[in-house]
Design a protein around this ligand. Structure first.
Ligand code: GDP
Ligand code: FO1
Length: 319
C-alpha cells in the first residue's frame, strides 16, 4: 500500500486524460478512479459501460487517439455485417471492443458485480490503478430535451447532442449505493487528495454526486477536494459541456462550474486562458494551462493539481 493515495472522480474522455497523467506520476497502486456509470446501457443484448471502457483503454494505452473512446487499430467487420443485413448501426461496436462487452455481459449474467468484472479487466490490461464503478446498482442518466426525455446514448450518440437540454435526472440514483470499492477508496486513512477530473459536470460528475452518501464520504475523508475546469478559454475542448450550460440558462464560464460544485470542492484549477474569472471565484484557485494535448501535458497538469491539493492541506492545518 502506497504511503499516500489519490482518488479521481471521472467521466469518460476528458476525465481519462487526467487520470492517465495521475497514473504516470503516482507510485503503483496509489490511484483509485471512481467512474460514472450513468451512461451505461444495454445494446444488442450487451451491457455497455462506456466511461469504464474509456478509462480502461486510456490507462492501458490502447485507446483510439482520434475519438478518445474505443480501441486503437480497431476493425469493423461486425458493424459492416450489421449494416449489410439491416441491423442497428447507430452505436458503433468495433470487433475488439465487442470482446469486452460480450465478456462483461456473460460475467454479469453469471452473477458477478460490475466492480469485480472491472477490477479483473483492469488487472488483465496491466493497469496499476483501481478502476471503480461509482455503483454496482443501476443508475441511468435521462436527458429532458426539446424532443422529450431521451436515454443518455440516444441523446449523445444517436441524436449527436442536438436536442436542447432542459434538465437531467439520474434514474435509480436515489436507491443506489456507492460501490464498496468507492467507499473504501474514499475512506482510506492515507488519502491525500480527491480530484474532480475535467469531465462534464452535468453529464459525467453529477451522476456520482447524485448517489446518496457521496458528499458525506468526500467530507469525512478529510482530504482536499479539487476540481479541474472542464472549460478552456470559455469553451469545451470536446463534447456538449458549453452547449448544455447555455441551454440550462447558465453563463458559459468557469465561475458557473464552481458555483455548480458549490460546497463540494475546496479548490479549483482554472485555465490560464480564463484568468479574468479568478476574482469571481470564491475559493482558492490554481491558474495553469489545463489543455492536455499530449502525455507531457497530462503529467504536468496531474502534478500541479496534486501540489495545489497539498498546499490546501497545509493551509487547513495552519488555519
Ligand atoms: P465524456 O464522458 O466522454 O463526454 O468525457 P468527460 O465528461 O470525462 O469529459 C468531457 C469534458 O472534458 C469536456 O467538458 C471537455 O471540455 C473536457 N476536456 C477534454 N479534454 C480536456 C483538456 O485537455 N483539458 C481540460 N481542461 N478539459 C478537457
Ligand atoms: N460515441 C459516439 O459518438 N459514437 C459511437 O458510436 C460510440 C460507440 C461507443 C462504443 C463503445 C464505447 O465504450 C463508447 C462508445 N462511444 C461512442 C462513446 C460514448 O458513448 C460516449 O463518449 C460516452 O458515453 C460519453 O461519456
Amino acid at each position: 500500500m502506497s504511503s499516500h493515495t489519490v482518488v479521481a472522480l471521472s467521466g469518460g474522455v476528458g476525465g481519462a486524460k487526467l487520470s492517465l497523467g495521475l497514473l504516470r506520476i503516482l507510485p503503483p497502486d496509489a490511484l483509485s478512479i471512481i467512474v460514472n456509470t450513468g451512461d451505461d446501457f444495454e445494446h444488442l443484448g450487451l451491457r455497455i459501460s462506456p466511461d469504464i471502457d474509456t478509462t480502461l483503454y486510456t490507462l492501458a494505452d490502447m485507446v483510439n487517439p482520434e475519438t478518445g473512446w474505443g480501441q486503437r487499430d480497431e476493425t469493423w467487420k461486425f458493424m459492416q455485417e450489421q449494416a449489410q443485413r439491416g441491423g442497428e448501426t447507430w452505436f458503433k461496436l468495433g470487433d475488439r471492443d465487442l470482446q469486452v462487452h460480450l465478456e462483461r455481459t456473460r460475467r454479469l449474467q453469471s452473477g458477478e458485480s460490475l466492480s469485480a468484472v472491472t477490477a479483473d479487466f483492469a488487472r488483465r490490461f496491466g493497469i496499476a490503478a483501481e478502476i471503480l464503478p461509482m455503483s454496482d446498482d443501476a443508475v441511468s442518466t435521462r436527458v429532458a430535451t426539446s424532443e422529450g426525455e431521451l436515454g443518455f446514448q440516444e441523446y449523445f450518440v444517436q441524436r449527436q447532442c442536438q436536442p436542447a437540454v432542459s434538465g437531467l435526472r439520474f434514474a435509480g440514483a436515489a436507491a443506489a449505493r456507492p460501490s464498496a470499492g468507492a467507499v473504501a477508496a474514499l475512506g482510506a486513512k492515507n488519502l491525500s487528495a480527491i480530484i474532480l477530473c475535467p469531465s462534464n459536470p452535468w453529464l459525467s460528475i453529477d451522476p456520482l454526486r447524485a448517489l446518496p452518501g457521496m458528499r458525506a464520504l468526500l467530507r469525512a475523508s478529510g482530504a482536499p477536494v479539487v476540481a479541474v475546469s472542464p472549460l478552456v478559454g470559455g469553451k469545451a475542448v470536446k463534447g456538449p459541456t458549453a452547449k448544455i450550460m447555455a441551454e440550462l440558462g447558465l453563463p458559459v464560464t468557469p465561475t458557473a462550474v464552481v458555483r455548480h460544485y458549490a460546497d463540494w470542492i475546496d479548490g479549483f484549477v482554472l485555465d490560464v486562458r480564463d484568468a479574468k474569472y479568478t476574482d469571481e471565484i470564491d475559493m482558492p484557485v490554481l491558474l495553469t494551462d489545463t489543455l492536455m494535448r499530449d502525455i507531457a501535458d497530462r503529467r504536468r497538469l496531474a502534478s500541479v493539481t496534486l501540489e495545489f491539493a497539498a498546499m490546501l492541506t497545509v493551509r487547513r492545518a495552519i488555519a
